[in-house]
Design a binder for this molecule. Structure first.
Ligand code: HEC
Length: 123
């Protein structure tokens, strides 16, 4: 049987627990934020961008094919090339190319696209 007194103590202990839990949530949340922002590229975002901006020329979905009749390699083929590294992709996407339109991609878009293209490597 609980006395009103011990109930009061329980409530205080509970409140303390909640306060500490909340503090941890805030601290963890704060420390998780910058690391989430540093994460390189968002896969789903990259795929969306690819479908919107690149699929007119490239096959952007996973495919065993290497290219299309317009001379643009498929993204799967690009992903499979040894020369395709995150750095090389970023450099390529941040500089204008003669046979590709200058798409004026932001850094984030370049990162997302790089992440998406490299994800096709296993497929
Ligand atoms: C108007 C057509 C067109 C569009 C749109 C286009 N590309 Fe290309 N892309 C090409 C062609 C053509 C090549 C082959 C270039 C060459 O060999 O000179 C190419 C090559 C590339 C390569 C280089 C592969 C290698 O050889 O290293 C990458 C990476 C690439 N494109 C990514 C993209 C991405 C990402 C987008 C969308 C943001 C995009 N392209 C949009 C036509 C296009």
């Amino acid at each position: 049987m609980r006395t009103p007194l011990s109930q009061g103590a329980d409530t205080r202990r509970w409140t303390r627990f909640l306060a500490i839990a909340l503090l941890h949530a805030i601290l963890l949340g704060a420390s998780a934020l910058p690391s989430a922002a540093q994460e390189i590229g968002d896969l789903a975002g990259g795929r969306r961008l690819a479908e919107t901006w690149c699929s007119t020329c490239h096959m952007v979905v996973p495919t065993p094919r290497l290219g299309t009749s317009n001379g643009a390699p498929t993204f799967s083929a690009i992903a499979r090339m040894k020369s395709t590294t995150p750095l090389a992709l970023r450099a390529f996407l941040q500089t204008p190319h003669s046979r590709m339109p200058d798409l004026h991609l932001t850094r984030d878009e370049v990162d997302d696209l790089t992440t998406y293209i490299l994800s096709l490597r296993q497929k």
